[in-house]
Design a protein around this ligand. Structure first.
Ligand code: HEC
Length: 124
C-alpha cells in the first residue's frame, strides 16, 4: 500500500463516525433545533432567525426564551404544535409541521430543550 493510500484510509476512519451518525437518530435536540428551527426561531431561540430578519414572515416566530409567553403553553401543546404545525394550535401556518420529519422521541427531546431555553415550566 502506498503511503498516500494509508493517509487516505486513516482520514476515512477518522471521518466515518461524523459522516454516519448512529442509525435512526436525527441527532440531539440541540442539533435538531439548529437544523430545523433556527432559520425562523434563531440560533439562540430569540425568534430572530434569518427568515424573520430578512423580513419574510408576516407572523413573527415565537421567541423561545420568552418565559411569560412560553409558560402559557403546556408541554402537550408544544408537542402538538411541533408535530402538526401552527394550525393545530390555532396559530399561524407559517409554523410548519415536523411530525413526518422528526420521531416522537425527537419531539419529546425538543420540548425539554424548549423548556431549557425559556427557563420556564408549561401550563399544567
Ligand atoms: C418557517 C419558519 C419556522 C420554522 C422553520 C419553525 N417555526 Fe416554530 N413558529 C414559527 C412561527 C411564525 C410561529 C408563530 C405562530 C403564531 O404565533 O401564530 C411559530 C411558533 C412556534 C411554537 C408555538 C409557540 C407559541 O407560543 O405558540 C413552537 C412551540 C414552535 N414554533 C416550535 C418550533 C420548533 C421546535 C421548530 C423546529 C423543529 C420550529 N418551530 C420551526 C415559524 C417557524
Amino acid at each position: 500500500m502506498k503511503r498516500s493510500d494509508i493517509a487516505l484510509w486513516a482520514a476515512a476512519l477518522i471521518l466515518a463516525p461524523t459522516l454516519w451518525p448512529s442509525a435512526g437518530r436525527a441527532g440531539t435536540a440541540a442539533d435538531d433545533y439548529q437544523n430545523y428551527c433556527a432559520q425562523c426561531h434563531g440560533t439562540m431561540g430569540t425568534g430572530q432567525g434569518i427568515n424573520e430578519t430578512a423580513g419574510g414572515l408576516s407572523v413573527s416566530p415565537r421567541s423561545h426564551i420568552n418565559a411569560e409567553e412560553m409558560s402559557k403553553l403546556s408541554d402537550e401543546d408544544l408537542r402538538l404544535g411541533i408535530a402538526e404545525g401552527g394550525d393545530a394550535l390555532q396559530k399561524s401556518g407559517l409554523m410548519p409541521p415536523w411530525g413526518k420529519t422528526l420521531s416522537s422521541e425527537n419531539i419529546d427531546e425538543l420540548v425539554i430543550y424548549l423548556r431549557k431555553l425559556c427557563k420556564c415550566v408549561g401550563k399544567q
